[in-house]
Write a protein that binds this ligand. Structure first.
Ligand SMILES: Cc1cc2nc3c(=O)[nH]c(=O)nc-3n(C[C@H](O)[C@H](O)[C@H](O)COP(=O)(O)OP(=O)(O)OC[C@H]3O[C@@H](n4cnc5c(N)ncnc54)[C@H](O)[C@@H]3O)c2cc1C
Length: 438
């Protein structure tokens, strides 16, 4: 048994991880943890930042060892695999055969099961929606020992409640997804510097529909006329360059720094440098999928730079009609607070509906950035940001959350009650306990 924790290391809560190595032992492992602890939770690879991947009991069943491919139809790009297979493992077999994940988050270390349970989204949300849209079927194991296949037609209520269902409905023991065809493992990318938030919206309006991928980095410390300045990046799969599995050199942050590496001064300096990192206002390049989708993964255990107290990510989405004003208000509050991160990501989400009941994205603009954990200042800032999100009719992303109030969760995700009705009584996360019971 090993110890695991969430990516943000806040709340700091090491969990006992009970590994499930074989699909046919899953029920027995779950039963044995359940009989001692009453409730548990599936744990993928702990790439969720807050407490949605932490069990209320402190004991999780670890799905990562279940990482085998079950069948693949390379004619049609259909893959069936165990839930602990990571996105990296999937890409390793799919890319050389000309197939790509239809949707990928910014880390390849998430597992298939975790990607479904959080219904993750990527830089192509405006074109393909969330991961859950590309899930054809999966098998769900319940604590009473029953196991059944879920599709939009068979057990549709469990299909909808499990996609984005935060692991509450059962253990996914395998899943089948539809991949998308690619001709090359390279991407043609254009990076355009923009001077403020208004320019972001102009670029997004003009370019999103023309490209598969679109995302922007914003300088969270810029203010006044430069508020929301950044670099807008659009990309498309290239048509040549070969189908090569990318393996960039990785480095590991060797130890947890005693204090966060960034303070007000270094943060401003890093943001300024990043904004100026490209010489021309517009730069075109062709890069590997690995560096395009997963820039952070080349620095292993980068969460250590935030020090022993950990960090929180704040990710919200604001509905389109009020996105400009509310995002401006949020960025302004962050810049004034003097805290934040060098990696703040702004992205327009499209209107493609997810099959999942609790999927996070809605048509509008999503902003995500990290904050070193400082109890008092984060609380004050998050109160202010939450009020803006609430007033705008937006919501926060449970996969990144460690602070949202129960009231806000239940108002923003009214379908939580449908998931609660189908929740397996032997599963309970700290997030679900925190947001549905207070
Ligand atoms: C650098 C970085 C970038 C990221 N970028 C994005 C992004 O662009 N978009 C995005 O949407 N997210 C993003 N994320 C968040 C991440 O993709 C999600 O939190 C993802 O769900 C993590 O997967 P995991 O396998 O680590 O699952 P965990 O974090 O371990 O668990 C997540 C949830 O899945 C459930 N679960 C796991 N396995 C199973 C199973 N077999 N059966 C039932 N439930 C299960 C757990 O109970 C839990 O509720 C990013 C995270 C990092 C660290």
């Amino acid at each position: 048994m090993s110890k695991v924790q969430s990516w943000g290391r806040y709340p700091y809560a090491l969990q006992d991880a009970h590994p499930i190595a074989w699909r046919d032992t899953a029920a027995a492992v779950w039963r044995s943890v359940g009989s001692a602890e009453r409730t548990t939770l599936a744990f993928g690879n702990g790439r969720s930042y807050g407490d949605s991947c932490l069990a209320s009991s402190g004991h999780v069943v670890h799905m990562l060892p279940l990482d085998r491919m079950i069948l693949a139809d390379w004619q049609n790009g259909v893959l069936r695999a165990e839930p602990g297979m990571t996105l990296e493992q999937i890409l390793d077999v799919a890319i050389p055969r000309g197939w790509m994940l239809p949707v990928t988050p910014g880390t390849k270390y998430a597992t298939l099961g975790g990607a479904i349970a959080n219904d993750v989204h990527g830089k192509n949300h405006h074109v393909r929606g969330t991961f859950g849209r590309h899930v054809r079927r999966f098998s769900l194991l319940r604590s009473d020992g029953t196991q059944f296949e879920c599709t939009p037609e068979s057990h549709p209520e469990f299909f909808a409640a499990t996609i984005g269902g935060l692991g509450m409905t059962g253990l996914i023991t395998w899943a089948e997804i539809q991949l998308i065809p690619i001709k090359s493992s390279m991407l043609d990318v254009t990076s355009i510097r923009f001077a403020n938030l208004d320019e972001f919206f102009v670029l997004s309006e003009r370019l999103d529909d023309l490209h598969e991928y679109s995302v922007a980095w914003v300088d969270c410390q810029s203010r006044d006329a430069a508020l929301g300045r950044g670099i807008f990046m659009v990309g498309d799969h290239a048509s040549d360059g070969g189908l090569k599995v990318g393996r960039r050199k990785t480095r590991t942050v060797p130890f947890t720094s005693p204090i966060p590496v960034f303070n007000r001064l270094t943060l401003r300096a890093f943001n300024e440098l990043y904004y100026r990192r490209q010489r021309a206002d517009e730069v075109r390049s062709t890069v590997s999928y690995d560096s395009y989708f997963y820039p952070l993964d080349s620095l292993l255990e980068w969460n250590r730079i935030y020090g022993r107290s950990g960090f929180q990510q704040y990710q919200c989405v604001i509905p389109a009609p009020v996105a400009r004003d509310a995002t401006r208000a949020i960025l302004d509050a962050i810049a004034r607070s003097g805290t934040g991160s060098i990696l703040a990501v702004l992205k327009r989400c499209g209107d493609i509906k997810s099959p999942g009941l609790l999927s996070f994205p809605l048509e509008g603009t999503s902003l995500a950035l990290d904050f070193p954990q400082r109890e008092e200042s984060n609380r004050k800032l998050f109160d202010r940001l939450d009020a803006i999100v609430r007033e705008s009719g937006g919501r926060l992303y449970p996969a990144k959350d460690a602070h949202m109030s129960g009231e806000d969760f239940r108002a923003a995700y009214p379908q939580w009650e449908q998931v609660e009705a189908l929740r397996d009584p032997a599963l309970l996360s700290r997030f679900w306990e925190r947001t549905t019971r207070v």
